[in-house]
Design a binder for this molecule. Structure first.
Ligand code: UD1
Ligand code: MG
Length: 451
């Protein structure tokens, strides 16, 4: 069956106490909304519609980055969840297929839960996702009659008996699009909050003779994020899950609880990750690579057999080919390091390319920024860059070329050439001892004068 997603994301999230709309707060370096959209992808939806309201422009921009095919509709005033879904009518009112409604602030939904909801549509016209709540608090309660869902009653409107029910509404539902929009048109706001409740479609559907059922999921999946404390807990939960997944995939994490992962971190089998490594967004690490302790990676690719760190920083655009070495206190940004090349100590390689098997000596810096613009440094294959070389970009170093230690390279170096760019050394025999004697005598004189 074809499916369209509606993701509700218009709420302000007052308790976040933030200028950023709630759904854009990050979990594992990706907006909460991206997690919800990711889960929704399991249904291979042919339309995804996000309902935005609070800071809609920011939400729209973020959505475009997450999935450029997703559409954003505006809910100018937040009059309730049914009113929110109704904003998608112009886009999905005539849609031939099912609509699945989810919330932008429930990032832990598992793909198989969505699949179970859609599967339950074979036996019921409307499917609600519920969960057994340890503490049902203010959730809407599901009033069941056997397998059939009678109605959902919001906490504020519930009787004492209804409040005693622990099977709660997650807010998610699946329904034929036309049926859902027909039902929503009939929802009123005569309730304790004077809001248009999406939950009212259950009773309306029953009155019209439709079948309604509830599918249950684990409470963890429906955890909403309402405060910074919830956000921190959500991130911790994500990390625990993501680390366990990596271990299952055959990645070695020496101290799993110290490794920080992003939503899109990809690490291949038999890679080894030492303690205290941070993976920012956009990192792929191939099989068998070694990331040593205290390294920070983002927007980069590390190939098979490469060794990174300890204390390395790989910034966006760092591309490490197979068997490369990037050692301690080395920063690489927007640079390709070709197969077998080594940058082992205390260097900055930015806006550059380094050829195969080239060795970059300790303390090398590509001086890529002139204060206004960035420039490129090209280093050939099998080259040898002497320690403490400053490569003033734009500059090209040829294949098998060498730079002498301490060189400040401002001109291109041709293939096979040795570039020496430093003042020549002068040794003055006996001069050191004389100088020391002079200085000591001076000190004695000064001490006498002041005593
Ligand atoms: C809702 C459900 C409740 C359920 C609970 C689960 C209704 C009436 N109640 O209550 O049964 O137990 O979720 O968490 O649906 N939103 C909009 N526009 C609006 C109102 C809300 O986009 O006008 C969005 C919010 O941003 C949020 C979601 O819809 O993502 C849920 O809204 P919220 O106000 O949190 O609903 P609850 O009162 O928690
Ligand atoms: Mg809520």
């Amino acid at each position: 069956m074809s499916t369209a997603l509606i993701i509700l994301a218009a709420g302000k999230g007052t308790r976040m106490n933030s200028d950023l709309p709630k759904v854009l707060h990050p979990i594992a370096q990706a907006p909460m909304l991206a997690h919800a959209m990711n889960a929704g992808r399991a249904l291979d939806p042919d339309r995804t519609v996000i309902v935005a309201g609070h800071e809609a422009e920011m939400v729209t921009n973020a959505v475009a980055e997450i999935d450029e095919t997703a559409q954003v509709v505006l809910q100018v005033q937040q009059l309730g969840t049914a009113h929110a879904v109704d904003q998608a009518r112009a886009v999905l009112g005539e849609y031939d297929g099912d609509v699945v409604v989810l919330y932008g602030d429930t990032p832990f939904l598992q793909p198989d839960t969505l699949e179970r909801m859609v599967a339950a549509r074979h036996t019921a016209d409307l499917v609600i996702l519920g969960f057994e709540a340890a503490d049902p608090g203010r959730y809407g309660r599901l009033v069941m009659d056997g397998d059939s869902l009678e109605r959902i009653v919001e906490y504020k409107d519930a009787s004492e008996d209804e409040r005693a029910i622990t099977f709660c509404n997650s807010g998610l539902l699946a329904c034929d699009a036309k049926m859902l929009f027909d039902l929503i048109a009939k929802v009123g706001n005569a309730n304790a909050s004077a809001e248009y409740y999406l939950t009212d479609v259950v009773e309306l559907a029953r009155t019209e003779g439709h079948s309604v059922t509830a599918v249950a999921c684990d409470e963890v999946e429906t955890l909403g994020v309402n405060s910074r404390a919830d956000l921190a807990r959500a991130d911790a939960l994500f990390q625990t899950r993501a680390r366990a997944e990596l271990l299952d995939l055959g990645v070695t994490l020496m101290a799993p609880e110290t490794v920080y992962l992003s939503l899109d971190t990809m690490i291949g089998r038999d890679a080894v990750i030492e303690p205290n490594v941070v993976f920012g967004p956009g990192v792929t690490v191939e099989s068998g690579a070694l990331i040593r302790a205290f390294s920070h990676l983002e927007g980069c690719h590390v190939s098979r057999g490469a060794k990174v760190g300890p204390y390395a920083r790989l910034r966006p655009g760092a591309e490490l080919a197979e068997n490369t070495h990037v050692g301690n206190f080395v920063e690489i940004k927007n640079a390709e390091i070709a197969e077998g090349a080594k940058v082992n100590h205390l260097s900055y390689i930015g806006d550059a390319s380094v050829g195969r098997a080239t060795n970059i000596g300790a303390g090398t810096i590509t001086c890529n920024y002139d204060g206004v613009m960035k420039h490129h440094t090209e280093i050939g294959a099998n080259a040898f860059i002497g320690s403490n070389t400053m490569l003033v970009a734009p500059v090209t170093i040829g294949n098998e070329a060498m730079t002498a230690t301490g060189a400040v390279i401002t001109k291109d170096v041709e293939d096979g050439a040795l570039a020496i760019a430093r003042t020549a050394q002068v040794n003055k025999p006996g001069r050191a001892r004389k100088l020391m004697d002079l200085l000591r005598a001076k000190k004695i004189r000064r001490n006498k004068e002041t005593s």
